[in-house]
Design a binder for this molecule. Structure first.
Ligand code: 3PG
Ligand code: MG
Length: 402
């Protein structure tokens, strides 16, 4: 897949054109209110640009996981209201994404106007990548813009089939996300470090396998580090670990060695008997993990070592927290390494790219997300990219550009 083939609308005259934009408006909503508007903020510049160029912007998205039929709790209406507030302009809302309701809303748009259509997943055809559903969507636009990088790992009607029916272009957020990932993985300034955390080795085997061939240092934290420690014969007490995957961990270590990639594991840890706020926690070398306790964060020696490794790197890719950061005091490892990465980035010594749901929440909790070079809006799509997989929503846009 030649990503350089992706084309944008930059050279098009969009005045009066109906532009169907596939965005990812799948944001957290609590009690009818958007609780984290990051994804909306990131899609704003692209929508503002369309409006300024006199296009009629028709935004389509999924929201949550309804089962192919309308469900009130998955309505995009509150999200559309939030988008209007952030855009500081009216945003029309259509209570269906196809058919006469949607067609009327689109017909009422003036150049520069924006409408959001109801949840695509209220129709079973969306997730089935159904050409008939895609055709009903395609009727609403003159051109299609794919701007949902975070949904590009889904081959759905609004990310794939539609690109066969309308002239299709890559949106600015999608281009930005791809450029950030390529800057870290394709032609990075070396040395490159990857921080990979999270609970389980089993879910990150393809990520680790792909990364060890691309990065110089693989810093491992989170529950998955315990499985690596176990593989080396360390008794990790009652820590979360996957004994069935110690062989996998050893294979990964051997493969890394063969590629001159150094795997960095924690030498000490913060342990407690329970994962509870304010639990009596203490620091110990991983080799002395008490049999009745759990490793819940990396320890100060590990953090100092990770920071030292990072200080000798020029590029950082971060996915996954180093400890149970949501519960104090088990967030220190993630927070301190996050602050060190942010400071090195601010000093111009490091290009730092982070992504994945928990990761962004952890870096936000550390107050450093906005100091990273780039923070992805994607969760699953970011991981699949790190696995080296082709994302169908991007492949579709490359194919459409030929
Ligand atoms: C996400 O939040 O990861 C994307 O919006 C995709 O949602 P999905 O996992 O329900 O397809
Ligand atoms: Mg997901």
């Amino acid at each position: 897949m030649d990503l350089d083939k992706l084309r944008t609308t930059a050279c098009l005259d969009l005045n009066g054109k109906r532009v169907l934009v596939r965005a990812d408006l799948n944001v957290p909503v609590k009690d009818g209110e958007v609780s984290d508007a990051t994804r909306l903020e990131r899609v704003l510049p692209g929508l503002q640009d369309l409006a300024q160029r006199g296009a009629k912007g028709i935004v389509i998205s999924h929201f949550g996981r309804p089962k192919g039929a309308p469900e009130a709790e998955f309505s995009l209406r509150p999200v559309a209201d939030k988008l209007a507030e952030l855009l500081r302009r009216p945003v029309a809302f259509a209570s269906d994404c196809i058919g006469s309701v949607a067609e009327k809303a689109v017909a009422a748009l003036r150049p520069g106007g924006i409408a959001v259509l109801e949840n695509l997943r209220f129709h079973a055809g969306e997730e089935k990548n159904d050409p008939a559903f895609a055709a009903a969507l395609a009727k609403l636009g003159d051109i299609f813009v794919g701007d949902a990088f975070s949904t590009a790992h889904r081959a759905h009607a609004s990310t794939d089939a539609i690109t066969r029916l309308l002239p299709s272009y890559a949106g600015p957020l999608l281009i930005e996300e791809i450029a950030a990932l390529r800057s870290v993985l394709d032609k990075p300034e070396r040395p490159v470090a990857a921080v990979v955390g999270g609970a389980k080795v089993s879910t990150k085997i393809p990520v680790l396998t792909n990364l060890l061939a691309k990065v110089d240092k693989l810093i491992i934290g989170g529950g998955m580090a315990n499985t690596f420690l176990l593989a080396q014969g360390v008794n990790v007490g009652r820590s979360l670990a996957e004994p069935d995957f110690t062989k996998t961990a050893l294979d990964i270590m051997h493969a890394a060695k063969a590629r001159s990639c150094e795997i960095v594991l924690p030498a000490d840890a913060v342990v407690a008997a329970k994962l509870e706020a304010g639990a009596a926690a203490r620091v110990c070398p991983v080799l002395e993990t008490p049999p009745d306790q759990m490793i819940l964060d990396v320890g100060p020696k590990a953090i100092a070592h990770y920071i030292d490794v990072l200080s000798r790197c020029r590029t950082l890719l971060w996915n996954g927290p180093l400890g149970a950061f949501e519960i104090a005091p088990f967030g220190e490892g993630t927070f301190r390494l996050g602050r060190a990465a942010a400071a090195a980035t601010a000093a111009g010594k490091l290009t730092s790219v982070a992504g994945g749901g928990d990761t962004v929440a952890a870096l936000n909790a550390a107050g450093v997300a906005d100091q990273f070079t780039y923070v992805s809006t994607a969760g699953g799509a970011f991981l699949e990219w790190l696995e080296g997989r082709e994302l169908p929503g991007i492949a579709a846009l490359v194919r459409a550009a030929r």
